[in-house]
Design a protein. Structure first.
Length: 219
């Protein structure tokens, strides 16, 4: 049985969900999709890490759209963490500042640190006594992935779904690297087979479960 804790921080003007997941025994922590944009949000993250006596060891990305990476430079400068992403996400990562112009119609300076090792399909990432499985889910972006934390009790399993799967919705596919067919296949073949009680923690909005989303009309 996993002994974990997870905290959500809603960040930046896009209301992106940044997650901190940690092993409750070892206190090793992963920050998933760090969108902490300004000093206030970054301080909230630092305060959480200090209050829980965490040791951040991983910076993970479901994908590299700008709203999910605002806080990566802070993580690198403060904790020395290089973000890990799928190799197909480097194009998005490298054009992060340009993305703000496309999405927001304004230019926002966005510093990004050097990337860490690429994530591989099916990789199992160790976090203390926890294991996260990398599930490739292209469709919203070419290199989108989800992170799955299994548990002996299915109701305690977690899926960090990024912008692939939301509560009663899915990620948009009209952006560079997007594909409606690929997204549908990713969700139906890779996510829906997970245990129905699995909690889905999306990149925006509220949590849901795999079972609740299987009945969506678009599928």
């Amino acid at each position: 049985m996993c002994n974990y804790k997870v905290k959500r921080l809603v960040c930046n003007l896009i209301e992106e969900n940044t997650y901190v997941l940690w092993d409750a025994t070892t206190r090793e922590a992963a920050v998933i999709d760090c969108g902490a944009w300004n000093e206030t949000e970054q301080q909230q993250l630092a305060d959480l890490i200090e209050a829980e006596r965490l040791r951040p060891v991983l910076s993970l990305l479901t994908h590299a759209h700008f709203d999910h990476i605002f806080g990566l430079q802070f993580l690198y400068d403060t904790y020395g963490l290089r973000p890990r992403m799928h190799s197909a996400e480097h194009a998005n990562y490298e054009m992060a500042s340009r993305q703000t112009e496309i999405f927001l119609h304004r230019s926002i300076s966005l510093a990004t640190p050097p990337a860490g090792d690429d994530l591989s399909d099916g990789e199992r990432i160790t976090l203390g006594n926890l294991t996260l499985e990398v599930i490739p889910t292209p469709g919203h972006t070419a290199g989108g992935v989800c992170f799955y934390l299994a548990d002996d009790e299915p109701a305690k399993g977690l899926l960090f779904s990024g912008d692939t799967l939301f509560r009663q919705s899915v990620g948009r596919t009209d952006l560079p690297g997007g594909s409606t067919h690929a997204l549908t296949q990713s969700i139906v073949t890779r996510l829906f087979p997970l245990p129905a009680p699995t909690h889905v923690l999306p990149g925006h909005g509220e949590t849901t479960t795999i079972g609740d989303e299987r009945g969506m009309s678009i599928f």
